[in-house]
Design a protein. Structure first.
Length: 348
């Protein structure tokens, strides 16, 4: 691989970052007349910690990764965008994705005017490693996105594929582990020690149940983290988010119980769906959703929607397929009842 310095855009290398008042005097007590804040205390009148040190300390203990190898953003979507802005020269650099996959990589590439190279997943939704290695060598993409477990196909990508890609890439290999808490054995975080060009994205949006607060995590080599910190908006994670995260991260046991409930529910729903004659295939899932191929996806999609049950139509990216997020036991039971009704109406 090239050094992180070489991979960084020239304008970012040269950049003198904005220096915020709270950044220069982090955690200092006393009379704070340095940030043009309003002095009257209401709990929110001060700017938040720009480096979120308290939240990182807790996450560091949970993830087993030092805070110095951690970036926190306004959702992992912010980390994805910063990867483009930090490392990809518009109209010059290229980025590799393996569709069908998460839509934000393509959107961020479009916003940043960066060319995408697509290496489709194989029929079983594993990565086409041979084709990926060829592109890595020929086109030297700055970023390679691998989503594991992948959205919308729900499967983990195996570690050897990711390791071989990181080994062969001159750029960064970004593994999006948004759903990894539903299959923690599949994480590639241990590979960070071996591959300085590996970036692992995680989030509090899924297993931690905090999509509303917007807190994404990037784990990487310190040199990559330094680029993130150089170009991020100074106060990118607001005070309310940091406070809610600090509290939520103390409830590891409750979170783990809810994750186990969702996995149980997923297995039950998958078993039931597999027995239905209107279902062609339930794809194996390592996440909190199921990708299901129907004989007549639109009948079921619209019928559920008419009954107030929203699922995701993925038939444009995976023929015949709908994506179903796992709900509470009550919600999943309501889904089953609605699908039974729709099965009958389809036969009429
Ligand atoms: C849901 C999801 C995310 C989460 O994004 P946030 O901005 O952290 O909410 C990231 N990647 C994938 C593949 C997802 O499905």
């Amino acid at each position: 691989m090239d050094s992180i310095e070489q991979l960084t855009r020239a304008c970012v290398r040269k950049l003198k970052p904005y220096s915020s008042a709270r950044g220069e005097h982090a955690g200092q007590q006393g009379i704070l007349l340095d940030a043009n804040e309003n002095p009257f205390e209401n709990g929110y009148n001060r700017y938040p910690d720009p480096l979120q040190k308290a939240v990182k300390a807790k996450l560091s203990a949970i993830k087993g990764v030092p805070a110095s190898q951690m970036f926190l953003g306004n959702g992992s979507d912010e980390a994805i965008d910063l990867l483009f802005r930090g490392f990809c020269e518009p109209r010059i650099d290229k980025v590799l994705i393996c569709p069908p996959t998460y839509g934000m990589y393509e959107v961020s590439a479009g916003i940043n005017d960066v060319e995408l190279i697509r290496v489709p997943l194989l029929a079983d939704f594993s990565v086409n490693l041979e084709a990926v290695l060829e592109v890595l060598q020929r086109d030297r993409p700055k970023l390679t996105f691998i989503c594991s477990p992948n959205n919308p196909t729900a499967n983990l990508i195996d570690e050897e594929t990711i390791a071989s890609s990181a080994e062969a890439s001159s750029g960064l290999v970004v593994v999006d582990e948004a759903y990894i808490d539903f299959a923690p054995e599949g994480t590639v975080v241990p590979l960070l020690a071996q591959y300085p060009n590996l970036v692992v994205l995680q989030t509090l949006s899924k297993a931690w149940g905090l999509a509303g607060i917007r807190l994404g995590i990037a784990l990487a080599n310190e040199a990559v983290i330094a680029v993130f910190n150089k170009i991020k908006p100074p106060y990118n994670v607001n005070l309310l988010t940091q406070q809610v995260a600090l509290k939520a991260l103390d409830d590891r046991i409750g979170t783990e119980e809810r994750v186990q409930t969702l996995i149980q529910e997923r297995m039950q729903l998958a078993d039931w769906l597999e027995k239905q004659h209107f279902v062609r295939k339930v794809w194996p899932s390592d996440a909190n959703f199921l990708l299901v191929e129907f004989d007549d996806p639109h009948h079921f999609y619209h019928g559920l929607s008419d009954r107030g049950i929203l699922i995701r139509d993925r038939s444009s990216v995976v023929p015949g397929c709908l994506r179903i997020s796992i709900g509470t036991p009550e919600e999943n039971a309501a889904l089953v009842i609605a699908l039974r009704e729709l099965e009958i109406s389809n036969e009429k």
